[in-house]
Design a protein around this ligand. Structure first.
Ligand code: SAH
Length: 170
C-alpha cells in the first residue's frame, strides 16, 4: 500500500498545514487512534516510525480506515531530530505536547498553521535533545493524582484545541 508523502496528495480537500509527529509513540492502539483523530480533524500529515503498522490488524481496527486518507510519513525515531530541523528550516513552528517547567497552558497557546506537533513516547515522553529544538511546549493542566494522560487522549485534546483556534471557532 502506498504511503502519501505529499501533504495535499491527490486530494481537492485542503488539509491544515499541521504535521503531527507520532514516530515516538510505541503502542499500536495509540497509533491507530491517532491516525483516526488526525484524519477526522484534517491534519496535513502524521509521521509513524514504520510502515509495518499498516499490516497490523490492531492498528487497522483502531484507525477505522483513516489510514486510507491521512497522509502518513515514515520517519523512524532516529530521524525525528533531522525531520524537525528540516521543518524548522521551512519556517514551521515546532510545538511539543509535554509536561515541562516551561510549558504553556493549552488554553493560553495561540495555535496557527505551519506547525509541527511533537508527541512523546508512552514511557519516556519527549527526549531532551528534541525538547531543545522545540519552540514551545504545551501542557494540559491536570487535577487528579495520576501523573500523565494517555498520549492519544492528550493529542486529541490538543488537536481539537488547535483546529478550533486555527479555524477561528470559539
Ligand atoms: N513522561 C510521562 C510519560 C509520558 S505520557 C510520565 O513520566 O508519566 C506520554 C505523552 O503524552 C507525553 O510525552 C506527552 O506528549 C503526552 N502527555 C500526557 N499528559 C500530558 C499533559 N498533561 N500535558 C501535555 N502532554 C501530555
Amino acid at each position: 500500500r502506498p504511503i502519501d508523502v505529499d501533504i495535499y496528495h491527490g486530494k481537492t480537500r485542503k488539509r491544515l498545514d499541521v504535521v503531527v509527529v507520532a514516530s515516538l509513540v510505541d503502542k499500536i492502539p495509540n497509533l491507530g487512534g491517532l491516525a483516526r483523530t488526525c484524519e477526522i480533524f484534517n491534519i496535513g500529515a502524521m509521521t509513524i516510525a514504520s510502515d509495518k503498522v499498516l499490516n497490523d490488524n490492531g492498528f487497522l481496527t483502531a484507525a477505522s480506515s483513516a489510514e486510507r486518507w491521512i497522509p502518513l510519513i515514515v520517519i523512524p525515531p532516529v530521524n525525528v531530530k533531522e525531520f524537525v530541523i528540516s521543518y524548522k528550516k521551512m519556517g514551521y513552528t515546532i510545538v511539543g505536547l509535554e509536561q515541562t517547567q516551561n510549558s504553556v497552558e493549552i488554553k493560553k497557546y495561540q495555535f496557527k498553521e505551519k506547525i509541527v506537533i511533537v508527541l512523546g513516547n508512552e514511557k519516556e515522553g519527549i527526549p531532551q535533545e528534541l525538547i531543545d529544538l522545540i519552540d514551545h511546549c504545551v501542557i494540559i493542566p491536570q487535577y487528579g493524582e495520576v501523573r500523565s494522560l494517555n498520549v492519544h487522549v492528550s493529542a486529541a485534546i490538543m488537536i481539537w484545541e488547535a483546529v478550533n483556534c486555527i479555524l477561528g471557532n470559539k
